[in-house]
Write a protein that binds this ligand. Structure first.
Ligand code: NAD
Length: 465
C-alpha cells in the first residue's frame, strides 16, 4: 500500500519535516495526488548526518560476516516482498508492473559479478609539488603510462628541470614521441590552463590543500568534467605512550619531523606524549635533535627549505606562536655559518594550544610541537583534531592500544612503533579529510587513478530478451 503521508526515515523512525510543510506526490499513471511528502530542510539533513556519524563508528566495527548476514537477510526480504515493493515502484514511476517487479529483483541481486575492463583515461595532467621532484614524477608518470595514457606534466616552478630530465630518460627508453610532455611555468599561468584544457581527462595533483581545492572547483566548472585525484597535505601525529621505547620513539620523532627539512606531506609535526613520560621523552628528543647535522653535504641530515619565501614564512610562524604563548625549546633560527642558504635550525616547541594555528596548519619546515596528554583517549582525540588525515604513528607495546589506534585514528596510513612516513612503490599512499579525495598512489591502487572502469554486458543468447 502506498501511504498517504510520506515522512523522513531518520534514526529508524518516520519523522515529519521540521518545516511541518509537505509537497504533493503525483502518480504519472493518472496525475492523481497519491501522497503528501515531508518537505525537508537543511536542519533535517544536519539531524540525519549527525545520527549517521554517530552510528557509523559502531557499524564500522561490526565484523564483516555479521554485516553480510544482515544485508543477505535484507536481500531475501526484498524478494519476499516483491509484490509490495513492485507496487510502490509502479505508483512512484508509472512503470509497467513487470518492469517494476524486475527492478526489485535487480536490487536484490546487487553484488553479482559482472565483466569489467580497465581502459586508459586518455590525457593525464600530472601536477606536482617541489619537495620530492623525481619521486613525485615517478609516482604519477609510471602508472599513467603503464595504463596506456599520455601525460602532460607540470612540476613546481621551484624544481623546474627534473620533469624535463625525466622526459629525456623516457625518450632514451623508447617511449613514442609526444606521449610524455612537461610544461614549465608558474601555477596560475600554466597549471590553471592545463586543468581547464578540454583535452585533459584526468588531473592528478599532489600539492597544497588550497591549490587542490582550487583545482577541484575549476574542474567542476568545465563544460565537460575530468577525473580529479588529489594528494594533499598532512599534520601528522606521532603518539608516544607511557609504555613506549622512548629512545626508539625519539629517534623516529626526530626523523619524522626533520628529514627533508620537514618539507614532507608525511612529516611528524605533532608529537603527542603521555604525561608520565613527557619529561624523559622531551630530554631524549632534544638530545637527538642536537645531533641532527644541518647542511647539504653527503652525510648531513637536514637541508635548507626550498626558498627565501619559505624561510621567512617558517621563521615568522614560529615567532608568532611564541608571541601567543608557545615555548621554543630549541632551534627555529637561521644558521649564520650556512647563510645565505635557506637553512633553519630544527625547532621544537611546547605549550602550543591544540587549536592554535601552528597545531592546525601545515608549516612545511623543520618544526614540530610537543603536546602533553593524560590518557590514551585524550591522545586519540588530539590526533584526530585537525582537518588533515594523511599519516600517523603510535609508539606502544600494548596491542590493545595499537588496534584502537589503527581503528580509530582517521588517516590513510598508520605506522606502529615507526616514523610517520613510510611509503614505498608497492604501497598505496594517500589520505582522508583535507589530505586527499580518496585515491591512492602508487601500488596497484594507482590503477584506479589512471584507468576508467568499463562494464561490459554481453547477451550471448540473442533469442533471450
Ligand atoms: P602547491 O600547491 O603550492 O604547488 C603544487 C603544484 O601546483 C605546483 O606545480 C604549482 O605550480 C601548481 N599550481 C599552483 N597553482 C596552481 C593552479 N592555480 N592551478 C594548477 N596548478 C597550480 O604545493 P607545494 O608547495 O609545491 O607542495 C607542498 C604541498 O604538497 C604540501 O601541502 C604537501 O603536504 C603536499 N604534498 C602532498 C603529498 C601527498 O602525497 N599527499 C606528497 C608531497 C607533497
Amino acid at each position: 500500500m502506498y501511504p498517504r503521508e510520506i515522512l523522513h526515515w531518520i534514526n529508524d523512525a518516520e519523522v515529519a519535516a521540521s518545516s511541518a510543510q509537505t509537497f504533493d506526490k503525483r502518480c504519472p499513471i493518472d496525475d492523481r495526488v497519491v501522497a503528501q511528502v515531508a518537505r525537508g530542510t537543511a536542519e533535517d539533513v544536519r539531524c540525519a548526518t549527525a545520527i549517521a556519524a554517530s552510528a557509523a563508528d559502531a557499524w564500522g566495527r561490526v565484523p564483516p560476516p555479521r554485516r553480510g548476514e544482515i544485508l543477505g537477510r535484507a536481500a531475501a526480504l526484498l524478494r519476499l516482498k516483491e509484490r509490495e515493493l513492485g507496487d510502490i515502484v509502479r505508483t512512484e514511476t508509472g512503470k509497467p508492473w513487470k518492469n517494476a517487479v524486475a527492478e526489485v529483483g535487480s536490487s536484490a541481486d546487487l553484488g553479482l559479478f559482472v565483466r569489467t575492463e580497465r581502459a586508459p583515461v586518455g590525457v593525464c595532467a600530472a601536477i606536482m609539488p617541489f619537495n620530492s621532484p623525481l619521486a613525485g614524477i615517478a609516482w604519477k608518470v609510471f602508472p599513467a603510462l603503464l595504463c596506456g595514457n599520455a601525460v602532460v606534466a607540470k612540476s613546481h616552478e621551484l624544481t623546474p628541470y627534473t620533469a624535463v630530465a625525466f622526459g629525456k630518460l623516457l625518450q632514451e627508453a623508447g617511449l613514442p614521441r609526444g606521449v610524455y610532455s612537461a610544461v614549465r611555468g608558474l601555477g596560475p599561468e600554466v597549471g590553471a590552463p592545463l586543468v581547464e584544457d578540454p583535452h585533459v581527462n584526468l588531473v592528478s595533483f599532489t600539492g597544497s590543500v588550497a591549490t587542490g581545492k582550487l583545482i577541484q572547483k575549476t574542474v567542476s566548472s568545465r563544460p565537460v568534467l575530468a577525473k580529479v585525484c588529489l594528494e594533499l597535505g598532512g599534520k601528522n601525529p606521532l603518539v608516544v605512550c607511557d609504555d613506549a621505547d622512548l629512545a626508539l620513539a625519539a629517534e623516529h620523532a626526530v626523523a619524522s619531523a626533520f628529514i627533508d627539512a620537514g618539507q614532507r606531506c608525511a612529516a611528524g609535526s605533532r608529537i603527542i606524549v603521555f604525561d608520565r613520560v613527557y619529561d624523559a621523552f622531551r630530554d631524549a628528543m632534544l638530545a637527538r635533535t642536537a645531533a641532527v647535522k644541518v647542511g647539504s653535504n653527503p652525510d648531513d641530515d637536514c637541508g635548507p627549505v626550498i626558498s627565501r619565501q619559505s624561510f621567512d614564512r617558517v621563521i615568522s610562524a614560529i615567532d608568532a606562536a611564541v608571541k601567543r604563548g608557545a615555548r621554543l625549546l630549541t632551534g627555529g633560527h637561521a644558521i649564520d655559518a650556512l647563510a645565505p642558504g635557506y637553512y633553519i635550525q630544527p625547532a621544537i616547541l611546547e605549550h602550543v594550544a591544540p587549536d592554535d594555528e601552528l597545531s592546525q596548519t601545515e608549516l612545511f619546515g623543520p618544526v614540530t610541537c610537543l603536546y602533553r596528554v593524560a590518557s590514551f583517549d585524550e591522545a586519540l582525540a588530539l590526533a584526530n583534531s585537525t582537518p588533515f588525515g594523511l599519516t600517523g604513528a603510535i609508539h606502544t607495546a600494548n596491542s590493545h592500544r595499537i588496534e584502537q589506534f589503527i581503528t580509530r585514528y582517521r588517516a590513510g596510513l598508520v605506522s606502529i612503533n615507526g616514523p610517520t612516513y613510510g611509503a614505498g612503490p608497492h604501497m598505496p599512499f594517500g589520505g582522508v579529510k583535507n589530505s586527499g579525495n580518496g585515491f591512492r598512489e602508487p601500488g596497484t591502487e594507482a590503477l584506479d587513478v589512471y584507468c576508467e572502469w568499463k562494464t561490459v554486458v554481453v547477451n550471448h543468447d540473442p533469442a533471450k530478451v
